[in-house]
Design a protein around this ligand. Structure first.
Ligand SMILES: Cc1cc2nc3c(=O)[nH]c(=O)nc-3n(C[C@H](O)[C@H](O)[C@H](O)COP(=O)(O)OP(=O)(O)OC[C@H]3O[C@@H](n4cnc5c(N)ncnc54)[C@H](O)[C@@H]3O)c2cc1C
Length: 421
């Protein structure tokens, strides 16, 4: 039998959550093993993930404090304003105020000079994380290979990999995504349902600058978000003005839109996008993601902690999924470092319960809040439309309420871990 390798923590899943957790824990002198089914180079490739992340300003602080920020700072577009309108496209004169009921958040209303967040390509985040892991050499990487099973014993857990290697540690951190096989194997239950919607993602170039304004139109088939990006190249052509679209379309009709040729696909985008940014063209391939809700009923088990989508995978309506994961990581690292400082067992249920108390309620509140928004806004029912428009108008008219929403968007509410404060 092959030798069993020992670590302080084994992280299963090296996506945006697992990769960041490994780097953060290693920086705290924990001996970490990171396992992913994909090779790091494949995860950094252009064809791996077409999404951008709206990284909230408090989550961006984590990347700064972990010395990851400079690797993508020039590719991070600050979000200065957020405009949310109920339906219909914008016009150039009214910059998105298509409905008289709207929400307008302006970072100038917050203390300090931080923007509300940043739009960054997922690829740039992955590159920064994996470049740092490889450069610093503090994390032991097992990739590409799969976790096959985990055996939980009283004082440790042992993970068996597809190639027969065995790793042991007092704690396993599951970052293996929304369907988390580790979560299922440990018997942790999950509340889950699918949305009758597909997220279509595409990057467009446009004639006029976006001025750091993120827009979201609530259309009957679902929200249509236009997220400001830095300039960038596609197919050998540099576009100074780019935005990433997250177009939520009914599951039944999304395949037909995805199958259109470029001209027709662009025409469908233009019909929703409006003309406030001038002429629009495609500046990248199109992508699609099935949308679903997953919330683990417990984020911990004996010798197991869930982070990222393994704990909570939510609708992208508010762009908060990864931001929740970043908060999990900052809270877990702090909890484990404190426990170790006191000489406690980092994988014991009492240590892990402290993490769960910190993170589960906050995640559940945001997950269910986002779900309610999806249900309230993804339709054209007149009384609901009236109620939501009055609600939007009311929030927009009250500056302290607007500020709470901005802090929520910035992941800056509740008890903040030191890495985010
Ligand atoms: C359309 C869309 C737009 C979004 N926009 C935003 C946004 O603007 N802001 C935001 O904060 N969030 C956003 N999100 C959410 C965000 O993308 C996710 O929350 C985030 O990517 C989850 O990362 P993760 O590492 O937890 O999971 P994943 O990315 O799913 O990673 C899981 C990893 O585990 C590995 N794995 C699984 N099983 C095994 C195994 N047995 N052995 C080894 N490895 C394994 C996989 O290979 C994978 O790399 C969006 C989501 C969608 C769908």
């Amino acid at each position: 039998m092959k030798e069993t390798l020992s670590f302080d923590a084994i992280i299963v899943g090296g996506g945006l959550a697992g990769g960041l957790a490994a780097h953060a824990l290693a920086r705290e002198n924990f001996e970490v093993a990171l396992i992913d089914a994909e090779a790091p180079d494949a995860m950094r490739a252009e064809a791996f993930d077409g999404r951008t992340t709206a990284l909230a300003y408090a989550a961006a602080r984590v990347f700064r404090r972990l010395d990851l920020w400079d690797a993508f700072a020039s590719e991070a577009e600050p979000i200065r304003e957020i405009l949310v309108t109920d339906g219909r496209r914008a016009s150039p004169s009214r910059r998105g105020f298509a409905s008289s009921f709207h929400l307008h958040f302006d970072s100038a209303e917050l203390e300090g000079d931080e923007p509300l967040g940043f739009i960054i390509e997922n690829r740039a985040l992955r590159r920064a994380i994996y470049d740092a892991i490889e450069r610093e050499g503090l994390v032991t990487l097992f990739a590409p290979t799969r976790r096959i099973r985990t055996d939980y014993e009283k004082a440790s857990a042992t993970v068996t990999l597809a190639d027969g290697r065995r790793l042991t540690a007092p704690l396993v951190i599951a970052a293996d995504g929304r369907y988390s096989p580790s979560r299922g194997e440990a018997g942790l239950r999950v509340n889950t349902w699918s949305y009758p919607q597909t997220g279509i993602v595409a990057t467009v170039a446009h004639e006029r600058p976006h001025e750091g304004v993120a827009q979201e139109f609530f259309l009957p088939s679902g929200p249509f978000a236009i997220l400001p990006m830095t300039g960038g190249a596609y197919d050998g052509r540099f576009s100074p003005h780019r935005s990433n679209l997250v177009w939520t379309e009914a599951k039944a009709t999304a395949p037909a839109y995805l199958a259109l040729d470029d001209e027709k696909f662009l025409a469908a985008i233009r019909a929703r996008f409006g003309d406030y940014l001038g002429e629009v063209s495609l500046a990248g391939p199109r992508w699609s993601y099935p949308l679903a809700f997953h919330l683990a009923q417990s984020f911990v088990g004996p010798r197991l902690a869930l982070i990222g989508d393994a704990a909570h995978a939510i609708h992208p309506i508010a762009g908060q999924g990864y931001n929740l994961g970043v908060k999990d990581i900052a809270a877990l690292v702090e909890t484990l470092a404190d426990a170790r400082g006191l000489g406690l067992d980092i994988g014991s249920l009492s240590t892990l319960d402290a993490y769960q108390r910190w993170r589960r309620f906050d995640s559940a509140a945001l997950a269910f809040g986002g779900d309610a928004l999806v249900r309230l806004f993804s339709n054209d029912v007149a009384p609901l439309r009236l109620a939501r428009d009055i609600g939007m108008g009311a929030v927009n008219a009250v500056p302290p309420l607007r500020k709470i929403f901005m802090k929520q968007a910035g992941a800056d509410l509740g008890r903040l871990p030191t890495l985010m404060a």
